[in-house]
Design a protein around this ligand. Structure first.
Ligand code: ADP
Ligand code: MG
Length: 238
């Protein structure tokens, strides 16, 4: 299970409120895409769900259980960043196994989980390399592999393809869609790219200045946006 609920979640940095009361339900196994202009709060929302930022008020729930105060490592949530965020001094294998090691998982189990993820992502031949010896696309596959190894209930992707060239973006997008099908996990995915949003999403959340502007299935938003702001992200040409 991996259903996510946000209840009237806010976030203030100092006196500036950047998330202004977000309610959201993401069903178990759903692929939910966040879109919205730069600075509207997409990354901040993901970081609060992952536990990398405190929630100022409101509740974050997984399967009905409030997790506001749970440490990130205990959340069964994995996040993939635009910048990969790999450790340069560790091999691919150790980067992928690190989160399990920190949880005290036995070594044999870590190796098995890393090898399984590597097989899913064609990373087998790269396991002993360091990140500096990989291309951008390979680094992002390692970052995705590291997320899989934790067998999370919920995957968070923050513009994971932005640093890749166009051909790799398409290939990696297809890989993420396949992973979603194979793992059946809940995924939340931030993107600027309308094609990514339309092809990956079961549900699109359009954010504007710290609030949810509209939520809906891709074709419903595309055909029937509430306003020109939503149409600017997802709508058909006016
Ligand atoms: P997005 O990912 O949609 O581009 P962010 O979530 O990164 O937006 O940022 C939302 C708002 O919060 C922006 O105005 C940003 O400047 C602000 N913000 C983000 N992180 C911090 C921080 N650590 N301290 C102060 N302000 C921040
Ligand atoms: Mg961001």
């Amino acid at each position: 299970m991996g259903a996510l609920t946000l209840k009237n979640v806010t976030k203030a940095f100092g006196k500036t409120e950047v998330i202004k009361g977000v309610d959201l339900d993401v069903k178990d196994g759903e692929f939910c895409v966040f879109v919205g202009p730069s600075g509207c709060g997409k990354s901040t929302l993901l970081r609060m769900i992952a536990g990398l930022e405190d929630v100022t008020s409101g509740d974050v729930e997984i399967d009905g259980e409030r997790i506001n105060d749970l440490a990130p490592a205990r959340r069964e949530i994995a996040m993939v960043f635009q910048s990969y965020a790999l450790y340069p001094h560790l091999t691919v294998r150790d980067n992928m196994g690190l989160a399990l090691k920190q949880l005290g998982t036995p070594k044999a189990q870590i190796v098995e989980a890393a090898d399984k993820a590597a097989a899913m992502l064609d990373l087998g031949p790269l396991m002993e390399r360091r990140p500096s010896e990989l291309s951008g696309g390979q680094r992002q596959r390692v970052a995705i592999g590291r997320a899989i190894v934790r067998t999370p209930k919920l995957f968070l992707f923050d513009e994971p393809l932005s640093n890749l060239d166009a051909a790799l973006r398409v290939a990696t997008r297809i890989e993420i869609a396949r992973l979603h099908r194979d793992l059946g996990a809940t995924m939340i995915y931030v993107t600027h790219d309308q094609v990514e949003a339309m092809t990956l999403a079961d549900k699109i959340v359009v954010l504007r200045a710290g609030r949810v502007e509209q939520v809906g299935r891709p074709m419903d938003l595309y055909n029937d946006p509430d306003n020109t702001f939503v149409a600017g992200f997802i709508g058909s040409p006016q």
